[in-house]
Structures are given as structure tokens and as C-alpha cells.
Design a protein around this ligand. Structure first.
Ligand SMILES: Cc1cc2nc3c(=O)[nH]c(=O)nc-3n(C[C@H](O)[C@H](O)[C@H](O)COP(=O)(O)O)c2cc1C
Length: 412
């Protein structure tokens, strides 16, 4: 087993795999399963403000709705989920504190870190004393860290599409919130947001002395799914959030950009969004994350996936003879660099006699995928593919769709 220990927020995590905030951190049973599956840390569900007028909801995102999510396989989207849960008000700071107290002995036994999570509801923004009191309530259970997430939709009259101006508004609304949390917190604070938000607030976050951020995304993954039999959306209304593996490439990029934004190694990243396998987590670490947090994939596959992922990361490191410190951030410089992009494009600037597809017929299984070539560059003859280099555009599609790696773009 490779050494998976990670230093984050000045403390040791036994491995880089974290159970992200949400339903996974809402019940004792789920927290227990994440810890027993071997997670380096578990995160509590965000608490919300106490409702002052019971029965009167202030926004559609605060209702404890049931059901709350649908996986989309039968609607043609594997590894995706549509969620309309929001941050319900039936989970208060007292509830979260009690849950932390209850799970603490087990977390200690397994060496798992506990991350408390507070959602800065607009009611907190208006009543910072209540916010401070609830932070103190959470901290009285002695979590290891405290995460806070400024959800865009709560600050923009329920609009889930904040453009730059919107992020600016959130950033301003957040000033008092962050100052309060830094002031009150006796443990390291994690600020959880997306790249556009961090792009506006990174200087302020640095000034506050925050060294731990969590990169995730909300507003860029709103969408809708229509049940064509019923001719109606699964969740009526302007939009709901889609979670799942489709987020992976977007969030790889956001993670690398946030890593670059903060520069150096002083500010460390947790990243979540779209990871389903050990390979996805390794990739995200290469994009700058010290810790990788998962939610949706665990809802789908169960907590056993955490153990598989931890084992998979270990196997990768052993096979490559690498340590985590060599993996974290390995791809960031190339991802964010315009020069690296230009150099890559120059290297791809080839004439047709400098590059062409070559088929290895010994490997070919005759599936015919390559013969879907839209230019007619490959066709099937007696169950075997044959190139026509006069028609071939050298685009490389055949190489990438071949399931047995039987085609290579050869270079002169
Ligand atoms: C149903 C659901 C509820 C969530 N609730 C919270 C929450 O209360 N607080 C929070 O910070 N993040 C919450 N999240 C976001 C997750 O912590 C995570 O950042 C996000 O789901 C992306 O990771 P994934 O692709 O592995 O699901 C929630 C996610 C889901 C799917």
C-alpha cells in the first residue's frame, strides 16, 4: 500500500479521499459508512438558519423536499443525477453539532478528519450575530475544520445564472460572512466556491489568511430533463442542478485555474465535482487538488466505492513508483499556459504526408467503428478496415474510437 498521507491545513489526512457535504453528511449511518470505508475525512451536510416562522418558506431551495433527486440512466444520461434538494432548513446548527459529537469517537478510532459545514444563508448575511452564534455552536463539537459555501442561487433572487455582476454581488454579500467566520473560527476555514467566484475574491481570501479552498461548481450545471412520455420536465421550474460525471472536464480546468490563481503551494485545494473513479481522483490531483471529495458517485454506487478509490490510488502510485507530492499539481502548468497551448498547436500543424493512420490488422477485431469515418477515409472490406489516404483528413478520430488500440497516427 502506497503512502497516501496528505498534509492539508497544517494537519495530516490519512488519504486524499473525502466524503463531500450533502446527504452523505446528513445522517449518522452515512457518516459511519464513509469512515468505515476508509475516507480521509467526512464533511457534514450544511446546516441552515433556524426558521423563525415555521411553515413559511423563504425560498424554494430551503424546503426539505422528498423525493429530492433522480438518477438519469433511464433518461439516456448514465452517471448523472438531477437534484432539487437545495439546503433545507430542517438541519440546524444544533443538529449538526449533535451529529458531529455522535460520530467523533468513530472518526477518532479510524483516524478520519471531520469537516463541519455552514451554509451562509441570506438570513445569516442580514443577521451576522446569529451566524456567529451558529458557528460557535458547530465549533463546540470540535470538528477539525469548518467549511463554508456561498451558494450563488441564495444571493440573486433565486437566479441560478449569476453572470460576472452576480458573482460581484455575492462577493460583496460575503465580506461580512467571511470576516465573521475567520473571527469566530478556532479551526482552519475552507471556502468552497467555483472559479469565477474565486477569480473575484482571491485577493480578499488571501488577506483573510485563508489557506484552504474547495473548488466545486453550482451555477454552471443547471439544466432540465424532460420525460418525453409525460411531455413534462422531471422538476418543473426555471432550472435545477445536474450532478455527475459530465462535470469532470470542466472541473479539472476550474481546479487548475484556481490553483494557478492562488499560486505557489501556500493555498491548498480540495476539489469536488464529477469524479467517479480512482483515475478521476488522480487526474483531479494532477489538476492541483490535495484532497478529492465525492458525493454523487457514492449516492449511486454506495460507500464501498470509497474503498475501491483509495485502493486504486494506491495501486497507481505503486505501479508508477510515484508519491502523492509528485502527482499533485503535475498538469497545472501545462493546463493554464498559453505558450504550452501554442507549442502543442504548432506541433500538430502537419501536412498530410507528415501524418497518417496506420492499422494493425493483428489487433483489429473487425468492429467497424473506424469505418464510421465521415470523410470515407476508412471503409470495411471483408470485415477488415482499409484506409483511403486520398479521402482521409488526418483528423485522428479513427485512432481514438478504436476499442483495441489497433490504429495509430503515424508520423514521418
Ligand atoms: C444532493 C446534494 C446535496 C448537496 N448539499 C450540499 C451542502 O449542503 N453543502 C455543500 O457545501 N455542498 C453540497 N453539495 C455539493 C457536494 O458537496 C459536491 O461539492 C458536489 O456534489 C460535487 O461533487 P460530486 O460530483 O462528487 O457530486 C450537495 C450535493 C448534492 C448532490
Amino acid at each position: 500500500m502506497a503512502d497516501l498521507r496528505v498534509e492539508y491545513a497544517g494537519m495530516e489526512f490519512k488519504n486524499p479521499v473525502v466524503a463531500a457535504s450533502g446527504p452523505l453528511g446528513r445522517t449518522y449511518e452515512s457518516l459511519k459508512r464513509s469512515i468505515e470505508a476508509g475516507c480521509g475525512a467526512v464533511t457534514l451536510k450544511s446546516n441552515n438558519v433556524k426558521v423563525k416562522e415555521p411553515g413559511k418558506r423563504r425560498s424554494s431551495h430551503e424546503a426539505p423536499v422528498k423525493p429530492a433527486h433522480v438518477f438519469l440512466s433511464k433518461y439516456g444520461l448514465k452517471q448523472s443525477m438531477i437534484n432539487w434538494e437545495g439546503v433545507p432548513t430542517d438541519f440546524t446548527a444544533e443538529d449538526e453539532r449533535n451529529l458531529i459529537r455522535k460520530i467523533k469517537p468513530l472518526a477518532k478510532k479510524h483516524g478520519a478528519r471531520i469537516i463541519a459545514n455552514i451554509h451562509p444563508d441570506p438570513a445569516y448575511v442580514e443577521d451576522l450575530d446569529m451566524f456567529r452564534e451558529d458557528i460557535r455552536t458547530l465549533l463546540s463539537a470540535e470538528p477539525d475544520l469548518l467549511e463554508t459555501v456561498p451558494c450563488a442561487y441564495h444571493y440573486l433572487d433565486d437566479s441560478p445564472h449569476p453572470e460576472e455582476e452576480g458573482y460581484d454581488l455575492i462577493a460583496k454579500a460575503m465580506t461580512g460572512i467571511y470576516e465573521a467566520i475567520i473571527d469566530e473560527s478556532t479551526v482552519p476555514v475552507i471556502i468552497k466556491a467555483n472559479h469565477p467566484f474565486f477569480a473575484l475574491t482571491s485577493d480578499f481570501i488571501k488577506q483573510l489568511g485563508v489557506k484552504t479552498v474547495h473548488v466545486t461548481e453550482g451555477p454552471h450545471f443547471v439544466g432540465t430533463i424532460v420525460d418525453i412520455e409525460k411531455m413534462k420536465p422531471l422538476c418543473p421550474g426555471p432550472s435545477v442542478y445536474t450532478y455527475g460525471r459530465h462535470r469532470r472536464p470542466v472541473m479539472n480546468l476550474q481546479s487548475a485555474r484556481v490553483k494557478d490563481l492562488f499560486g505557489g503551494d501556500e493555498v491548498k485545494l480540495i476539489a469536488s465535482s464529477g469524479m467517479w473513479t480512482a483515475e478521476d481522483c488522480i487526474e483531479r490531483m494532477m489538476c492541483g487538488a490535495h484532497l478529492t471529495a465525492l458525493h454523487t458517485a457514492i449516492q449511486y454506487h454506495g460507500h464501498g466505492l470509497f474503498t475501491k478509490i483509495i485502493d486504486g490510488i494506491s495501486e497507481f502510485l505503486d505501479r508508477k513508483g510515484l508519491g502523492l507530492e509528485q502527482v499533485v499539481g503535475a498538469a497545472v502548468a501545462d493546463i493554464v499556459s498559453e505558450e504550452a497551448h501554442d507549442k502543442f498547436m504548432d506541433e500538430c500543424d502537419l501536412t498530410s504526408d507528415q501524418i497518417w493512420p496506420e492499422i494493425d490488422l493483428d489487433k483489429c477485431n473487425g468492429c467497424g467503428m473506424c469505418a464510421n469515418c465521415i470523410h470515407g477515409g476508412i471503409s470495411m472490406e471483408a470485415d477488415k478496415p482499409k484506409t483511403d489516404l486520398d479521402l482521409c483528413m488526418r483528423c485522428g478520430v479513427c485512432e481514438s474510437v478504436c476499442p483495441v488500440e489497433g490504429i495509430q497516427m503515424a508520423r514521418a
